[in-house]
Structures are given as C-alpha cells and as structure tokens.
Design a protein around this ligand. Structure first.
Ligand code: QAP
Ligand code: CO
Length: 170
C-alpha cells in the first residue's frame, strides 16, 4: 500500500506526454496498485499515471458507488467517438477544489491492454466515457482547465499557486 504524491496544476510535469508501455511487468503492476491506493484514498474516480509523475500510458478508473469496479487501461486508444455532446461537471485530483462544466462526446470505444498484458476493447457511455476521455487527456499533457476561458483558467491557477505558497511555508 502506497499513497503517491499527486502533481497539481500548474506543475509543468503535468504537460509531459506519456510514453507507450512496451511490456507489462511486475513493476507496471506495482505502479497500478499504488495508483489505485492513491485514487481511492483521495477519493477519486479516475487517475492517470502522469498525475503521479510516471510518464507512461496507464490509467485507472472506478466509477462505481462502492469502489468495486477497478478498471485499468494501458496504452489506451479511442477507436470510436460519437453521439451527442454532453455537459458534465468535471473535477480533477490535480486541480483540487475546482469543478466546471465541460462538454464531451457521450459515447466512445477504447482499445487497451489490461494489467495481465491482454488486449481488450471496451464500450463506454455517460460518466465512464467522460472519465476515460478526461484521463486520456492527462496522458497527452492536457487538463480539463484547458477547455475553460483564459480568464477562468488564470483565476484557478492563481488560487492554487497561492495555496502552494502557503503550504510551502507551513
Ligand atoms: C475525473 O476526477 C473526472 O477537486 C476524475 O478536491 C471527474 O476523481 C471525470 C477530486 C468528474 C468526470 C467527472 C477532485 C477529489 C476527484 C477534487 C476525480 C477534490 C477531491 C476528482
Ligand atoms: Co484529472
């Protein structure tokens, strides 16, 4: 059991593009386990490796009510993205305390590798589809605040920078 440090906006390391995982090893599975520990502890419903300063294409998600449906996506690729635009309030463990409405497409299909190294395909709608798109953005160095106006994003950045300064002094 290990809780990892979560990088917070505007940390430039969150802008790193994650590399493909070339082989799923015990080390990969240890990172995944620590990511679940970190996400459940927060608590959150999704976490990308980028957020814990591991720049590999790994995502963990659990959108169930009782933390009973852990999902792992290694090297995820969206193969289908269609349906209506859906507005949903999003938050992010790397942008603590801020929630904003973001529009995303409501249905997607993903190809990925599981923690056993086996490829699989998954279809997702609603919250799961939104969460997958949000977490895949992290692997590209992108954050949900990038979809907001410059004014809104700057306001959030300034508030978090102030919190970080205060935390560093304490
Ligand atoms: C991404 O986000 C997501 O601000 C996952 O103080 C969120 O788990 C996708 C969290 C909403 C779709 C809809 C945020 C925890 C957790 C905070 C999270 C906070 C504590 C965010
Ligand atoms: Co996030």
């Amino acid at each position: 059991m290990a809780i990892l440090e979560i990088l917070e906006f505007p940390d430039s390391r969150l802008r790193t593009k994650a590399a493909e995982v070339t082989e799923v090893t015990d080390k990969t599975r240890r990172v995944i386990e620590d990511m679940f520990d970190t996400m459940y502890d927060a608590p959150g419903i999704g976490l990308a490796a980028t957020q814990v300063d591991v720049h590999q294409q790994i995502i963990v998600i659990d959108v169930s009510e009782d933390k009973s449906e852990p999902l792992v996506f290694i090297n995820p690729k969206i193969t289908v993205l269609d349906g209506e635009l859906e507005k949903m309030q999003e938050g992010c463990l790397s942008v603590p305390g801020f929630y904003e409405d973001i529009e995303r497409i409501e249905h997607c299909q993903i190809d990925a590798i599981g923690k056993d190294g086996q490829p699989f395909t998954m279809e997702a709608t609603g919250l799961l589809a939104v969460c997958i798109q949000h977490e895949m953005d992290h692997l590209d160095g992108k954050l949900f605040v990038d979809y907001l106006s410059n004014t809104k994003r700057d306001r959030i950045r300034k508030k978090l920078e102030k919190q970080h300064r205060l935390a560093a002094k304490a």
